[in-house]
Design a binder for this molecule. Structure first.
Ligand SMILES: [Zn+2]
Length: 104
C-alpha cells in the first residue's frame, strides 16, 4: 500500500516497521562482515571459506545489539508515530486518531 504524507502529499513515506527491519538487517550484515574479517586463514586452504563461516557465526551474537539499534530508530526517529515523511520530516500515524466530537 502506497502511503502519502499528510502534509506535503509526498509518497516518500517510511513506515516504522520498514525502518526497524532495514536497521536490523544492516546491523546483522555489519556483524557478519566484522566476523568475516576476523579470519586468520592461510592461503593454502579454501580461500574465503573460513571467512564465510566466521561471518555466519558472528550473525547470531550480533542480533541483540542490532535489535537495540532498531528499537532506538523507532524511539527517536519516529517518536511514537507509525510513519515518517522523507521529504518534509512529518511524523504521523497510519490510522487517524478518533475524531473529537464537536462541543455541544
Ligand atoms: Zn511530507
Amino acid at each position: 500500500m502506497i502511503r502519502q504524507c499528510l502534509i506535503c502529499d509526498s509518497k516518500a513515506v517510511l513506515t516504522l516497521e520498514a525502518a526497524r527491519g532495514i536497521t536490523l538487517l544492516i546491523g546483522l550484515a555489519d556483524g557478519a562482515l566484522r566476523g568475516s574479517q576476523n579470519t586468520h586463514e592461510n592461503a593454502q586452504g579454501r580461500p574465503g571459506y573460513n571467512s564465510l563461516l566466521n561471518g555466519l557465526a558472528a550473525t547470531a551474537p550480533t542480533y541483540p545489539s542490532a535489535l537495540r539499534v532498531a528499537d532506538d530508530v523507532g524511539k527517536y526517529q519516529f517518536a511514537g508515530f507509525d510513519c515518517l515523511c522523507l521529504c518534509c520530516g512529518a511524523r504521523f500515524d497510519e490510522e487517524p486518531a478518533e475524531p473529537v466530537p464537536p462541543p455541544p
